[in-house]
Structure formats: structure tokens, C-alpha cells
Ligand binder design. Structure first.
Ligand SMILES: Cc1ncc(C[n+]2csc(CCOP(=O)(O)OP(=O)(O)O)c2C)c(N)n1
Length: 658
């Protein structure tokens, strides 16, 4: 069996060399999918390897992240700053070619992938971003935003719910510039695909509003090229191209799960090279392949130059639009004092304050695009006076995600990765579990999406324990690089949004209440930005410290009124553990003086973790069981979460420690 293209053979040979050299990794998928990867990078994509950040480049995400070596090789051969040494360091300590692709780590990698399915969803997010920016900025003869979004995904990805949720959204929106190459090799990790799936993927996608195409021989570059060209012609539907590939092409083990991962050893490696007609040394790229790929660089530079010229003309023709476009690309999200004006109402639910902030922000920085998983009016996630995005009209910044929390979050990750936009999305805090992996992915990548999680405690009331978050706050606080912000009132909510908007590399999760809480006169803007501060102070070293978050802060303030008759009491508002923990020791000591052992934490959620603030002698009021369906006031009574009980608990703690 001879290779039809020496460039494809070079890719396959490098796959074998890299995985053997790493003594680890997946060569099955890359060996099978090499031709379509080649066709995309060499002939189809508009990209400039010398500037991987060029705004109008086509986006490519390798959803099958385990096939990372294929992406690294394509980047290397195309001329990105991924060297042969990097390929030799595949999967090694601190290399630029880690086990799975990592965004902001390897030039040309658009998204971190590995958790199957999420790459697909982020690709949908990237395509939505393109469609939205295109609708807002393009003018006749000025296609300033105009690119395709591609992904390669596998059988496993299309078994994942998140990919299918996202596919439904993409189909409903008719994202014509989204092209998915489906590496249909009928094998997953455990064996033949038929062990777990027998459905007709094409019909499934057609039912969701996609165009589907079929490439019967994944080694036929012409057939692949024709399918991609045809996909590009379709403007009103996303396209899924099912490409029939053979996993581990060229190996004795081809077509089986045995070649899905792991090196194959010297003898088998030699056999694969023989099958693909490759007789060069390891890690060798012959001149004809270098020559072949040099066209990518040449074309990429010309494409970008032409775009720059287009932008210059656009700036002259549409100066106001150009200024707005530039501002969005720069992503400078500094809010004016007007947007940060404190609320003066007596009471306001923090979810309401959040909705108002979202709208204030959009007026100044129309960079936000997002929505809710079918709870927009509860989550207050709609940008008023602006349309919802719809099939064929992508101008609206509001998105109906349907009841698809995981896809929603993952799509917002992709949308934010695109650049020029900042994603946000909302649902009830209890359903953050549905989107947890995408929140983690945002935190892992360092993508500043804002997660608007309302109905943040058992105060949800009659909807019952299915809707009442308990362990959610602490489990989210356990996630590195995520900032959980649970504001006490409307004015701390302003700060939460401000910080979320300014964030460059951390997602924010705002935990917000459904019910009215007092707008506290004592809120200290600077303290709220530090994640914790003394909201009400009797003494630098009080007898009792009440430490609370969210709606419980105003309960603590009420309790203090009673306790202050007898004790010196400080109330600390601690909206964000993560931000507070970053403060210097002096500040932390001032807020939580170690000389005061009588510390009571008050939070309507799991008490786990609070010991780090209350110390050995302090106590925690919380809920470590599930709630129940009941009016909120009766629930609070049952769980002893009333001002009276806080007073009692504080006094008994004080007595115990005397
Ligand atoms: C969410 C998730 N579950 C499990 C895995 C582990 N895993 C990596 S690849 C793979 C099989 C994927 O099958 P397929 O998409 O057909 O890839 P191929 O076998 O063609 O390489 C599995 C289960 C993962 N990476 N992500």
C-alpha cells in the first residue's frame, strides 16, 4: 500500500516517531485522520502561521484531543512556532507539546481539548462568535469578520451529550460557517463502536438541521477536498462531513481498539512506515514536504496583509464602527463610574442587581453575548432592548440555549476564546453540576466567562431539595482558578460584575439570591474587591466575629444589633474566599484578628471548609443535609437559620470559649 501524498506520509511517520519517542500517547486516531488534517491545514484553512492571533483566521479545534500529536505535527509543518524539538518533547515534562492540546500554551492551539465532546461545543461557540461579529461589523464589500470554524471529532465525541446539545443549538441557529469533520473510524477505546452505538449519525444531524456529507475513503484527498468545498457553499446550515477512516492506518492492528493508544514498539513502527511507503530516518521531513507546506506560510501572509488593507479602508469608510470594532478586539473592559453607581433602593435581590448590572455594562461595553438555559427571567440574564440571536440573524447578543446547561457553558467558553466578545450564562446554582465540567474547563484554560448562578440557597423554598444547593459553593470553591463571588447585596453585586469584566484569565461565578435583601449602607467597595472586609465594626479586636456571605450578611448585621448590647461584635462580609485569600497577611489579620477566637461563620450551605476562617474555637452555621419543600421562612426556622438563632449560637460559642 503506497501513500498518495508524501506530505500525508510524512505526517503519519512523525506520528509514529513522536508516540514511540514519548513511549506514550495515541497514534490510532492521528494515523487514520492524517489526510483530512493535511487537507485542512494545507489547502482549506485561511491562517497565517506567523501570526496565530490574526483576528480573522479560520478557527480549528481538535475535539479529539487525545490525537494531539496530529495537531502538533500539522502546526509544525505549517510553519507555526512548534519545532521538531517540540515534537521530540511530546508529552515530556514542561514541553510545549503536552498530552492534550492546551490553549495559550502552544502557538496555534485554539482551545484546550481532551474531555470528549467539549471541543465540539467550544467550536460551536467560536462559530457563534464569528456569526455575531460578522452581523455587527461587516458592510457591503467590507467582510472584516469572515472566517470558517472547523473541528475534527470522533465517534466518542458524538456519544457525549454535550456535543449533541451543542449540535442542536448550532442547527437551530443555522451556523453556515461551521464545518465538522467526523473521524468515523467505528472504534472507541473499549472496542468497536457497535458495543455502545448503532445509530445513524448523519440522520441524527440532519434531524437537528445540519447538512451532512459523506467521504467514503478518508485517504482520498480529492474526495475530502470536494466535501469541504461543498460544505463551504452551504450558507444556512452547519455541515457534518462523515469521513470514513481506519484507526491506526498502516498497522497490523489497524481497525481495532488495540491501536487506539500506546506505542507499538520498534518492529510494528517499522511495519507501519513500510506500509505507508516511508523510508526516511526518524523525525525527518524531506524537502518536497517542506516545499509543499511552504505554500501555507506564503498564502497566510498574503491573506493577512489583504485583511489589514481591508481594515484600513474600513477605518476610513466607517470610522465609528471601526473604533467600536477595535475596542472589542482590545477587550479593555473598564467600567465608568456611571456603570458602577451604587444602588439606592431599600431592598433588592442580588439576582435583580445582577440583571441591572448586565444591562448597565452592555450599554458601555457591548461585548457581552450570552443567556440562560431556559430560565432567563429567573436568572435575569437578558440584555434588554436587544434582540435574541436567531437563525440567519446573529446581531442579537442574547442567546436562547434551551435546557442545555453543559452546552451553554461550553459554548460560552468557545465564544470567549474567539476574542472580541465576553461570554456569560446563567441557570440555578443547583444546576451548576450540569455544567461543572465546562466551568472547570474555563478555569483550567483561564477563560474569563461569567457564570450567573441564581437561587443560591435553600431559600428557594417550595421547589424543594432538588432545587436547593447545599454543597455547591464549597465544591466550586475547590476548583482552582475559579473565582466564586457571593455578594451580600446589590452593591456588592456591582463589584462582582466589575471584577468579572476586568478579569483576563479567570472565570467568575456569581452566586446570587432570588429573594429581596436590604441594600446595605455599609458596603465598602474596596473591601468587596478584596473579597472580604469588615462591614460593621465595634472594635479592632471584637469579642465576637460574625463572618457571612450573600444574603446571610444582612442576617448577621441584624444579629449584631442584638449582640452589641452585650458584646463588641464585628461583621465580616466575605463574598469571595479566593480573592480574600490573595490579600496580604496584614490585611487578613485586620479583618480576621487572630486574637478573636469567637468566630461564627454563617452561610446557607455546606459548612465544609469554613474551619480555615473560624479556626479551632469558632463555629459554623450551615446546612449539611438536603433541604426540603417548604415556604422559605419555615425552612429557615427548621434549619435554625434565623437572627434569633444566630444570636443564640454566637452567645453559646462565646460562653464555651470563656
Ligand atoms: C469525557 C471523556 N471521557 C473519557 C475519555 C477517555 N477517552 C479518551 S479517547 C476515548 C475514546 C474515544 O473514541 P473515539 O472518539 O472514537 O476516538 P478514537 O478511538 O477514534 O481515537 C476515551 C474514552 C475522555 N478523554 N473524555
Amino acid at each position: 500500500m503506497k501513500e498518495t501524498s508524501s506530505s500525508v506520509a510524512a505526517i503519519r511517520s512523525l506520528v509514529v516517531d513522536s508516540v514511540e519517542n514519548a513511549n506514550h500517547g495515541h497514534m490510532g486516531m492521528p494515523l487514520g485522520a492524517a489526510p483530512m488534517g493535511y487537507e485542512l491545514f494545507r489547502n482549506q484553512m485561511k491562517h497565517n502561521p506567523k501570526n496565530p492571533k490574526w483576528f480573522n483566521r479560520d478557527r480549528f479545534v481538535l475535539t479529539s484531543g487525545h490525537g494531539s500529536i496530529l495537531l502538533y505535527i500539522l502546526l509544525h509543518l505549517s510553519g507555526y512556532d512548534v519545532t521538531m524539538e517540540d515534537l521530540k518533547a511530546f508529552r515530556k515534562h514542561d514541553s510545549r507539546t503536552p498530552g492534550h492540546p492546551e490553549v495559550f500554551h502552544t502557538p496555534g492551539v485554539e482551545a484546550t481539548t481532551g474531555p470528549l465532546g467539549q471541543g465540539f461545543s467550544m467550536t460551536v461557540g467560536l462559530a457563534i462568535a464569528e456569526a455575531h461579529l460578522r452581523a455587527r461589523f461587516n458592510k457591503q464589500d467590507y467582510p472584516v469578520v469572515d472566517h470558517y470554524t472547523y473541528t475534527i471529532c470522533g465517534d466518542g465525541d458524538l456519544e457525549e451529550g454535550v456535543a449533541l446539545e451543542s449540535a442542536a443549538i448550532a442547527g437551530n441557529l443555522g451556523l453556515g460557517k461551521l464545518i465538522v469533520l467526523y473521524d468515523s473510524n467505528d472504534v472507541t477505546s473499549d472496542g468497536p463502536l457497535t458495543l455502545s452505538s448503532r445509530e445513524n449519525i448523519q440522520e441524527k444531524f440532519q434531524a437537528m438541521g445540519w447538512q451532512t456529507l459523506y467521504v467514503k475513503d478518508g485517504n482520498d484527498l480529492q474526495e475530502i477536498a470536494q466535501a469541504i468545498e461543498q460544505a463551504k457553499q452551504e450558507k444556512t446550515q452547519p455541515t457534518l462531513i462523515e469521513v470514513k477512516n481506519i484507526i491506526g492506518f498502516g498497522s497490523h492492528l489497524q481497525g481495532t481498539e488495540k491501536i487506539h493508544s500506546n506505542p507499538v514498539g520498534k518492529t510494528e513502527a517499522a511495519y507501519i512506515k513500510e506500509t505507508i511507503g516511508w523510508s526516511h530516518d526518524e523525525f525527518f521531513v524531506p524537502e518536497e514536504v517542506v516545499e509543499d507546506f511552504s505554500e501555507v506560510l506564503r498564502k497566510g501572509e498574503v491573506d493577512e496583509e489583504n485583511w489589514q488593507l481591508l481594515i484600513e479602508r474600513y477605518a476610513k469608510e466607517y470610522p465609528a464602527l471601526y473604533e467600536e470594532f477595535k475596542k472589542m478586539i482590545d477587550e479593555k473592559c473598564i467600567l465608568s463610574e456611571t456603570a458602577l453607581t451604587p444602588f439606592t433602593e431599600e431592598t433588592m435581590a442580588t439576582r435583580t442587581a445582577s440583571g441591572k448590572m448586565l444591562n448597565r455594562i452592555y450599554e458601555e461595553l457591548p461585548i457581552l453575548v450570552g443567556g440562560s438555559a431556559d430560565l432567563a427571567s429567573s436568572n435575569k440574564t437578558t440584555i434588554n432592548g436587544q434582540p435574541f440571536m436567531e437563525n440567519g440573524n446573529y446581531k442579537g447578543p442574547n442567546i436562547h440555549f434551551g435546557v442545555r446547561e453543559f452546552a451553554m457553558a461550553s459554548i460560552e467558553n468557545g465564544l470567549t476564546l474567539h476574542g472580541g466578545l465576553k461570554g456569560y450564562c446563567g441557570t440555578f446554582l443547583v444546576f451548576s453540576d450540569y455544567m461543572r465540567s465546562a466551568i472547570r474547563h474555563a478555569a483550567l484554560m483561564g477563560v474569563p466567562v461569567t457564570f450567573v448562578m441564581t437561587h443560591d440557597s435553600i431559600q428557594v423554598g417550595q421547589d424543594g431539595p432538588t432545587h436547593q444547593p447545599i454543597e455547591h459553593l464549597i465544591s466550586l470553591r475547590a476548583m482552582p482558578n475559579l473565582v466564586v463571588y457571593r455578594p451580600a447585596d446589590a452593591n456588592e453585586t456591582i463589584i462582582g460584575w466589575k471584577l468579572a469584566m476586568e478579569s483576563k484569565n479567570q472565570p467568575y461565578l456569581l452566586a446570587l439570591g432570588r429573594h429581596e435583601v436590604p441594600v446595605l449602607k455599609e458596603v465598602d467597595k474596596e473591601g468587596a474587591q478584596r473579597g472580604g472586609y469588615i462591614l460593621s465594626e465595634d472594635s479592632p479586636i471584637p469579642d465576637i466575629l460574625l463572618i457571612a456571605t450573600g444574603s446571610e450578611v444582612s442576617m448577621a448585621v441584624e444579629a449584631k444589633k442584638e449582640l452589641s448590647k452585650q458584646f463588641k461584635v464585628n461583621v465580616v462580609s466575605l463574598p469571595s474566599w479566593e480573592l480574600f485569600d490573595q490579600q496580604n497577611e496584614e490585611y487578613k489579620e485586620k479583618v480576621l484578628p487572630s486574637e478573636c477566637p469567637n468566630r461564627l461563620s454563617i452561610e446557607l450551605g455546606s459548612t465544609i471548609g469554613w474551619s480555615k476562617y473560624v479556626g479551632n474555637f469558632g463555629e459554623s452555621l450551615g446546612i449539611d443535609s438536603y433541604g426540603k419543600s417548604s415556604p422559605a421562612s419555615e425552612l429557615l426556622e427548621e434549619f435554625q437559620f434565623t437572627v434569633n438563632h444566630i444570636v443564640k449560637a454566637a452567645k453559646s460559642m462565646y460562653e464555651k470559649n470563656k
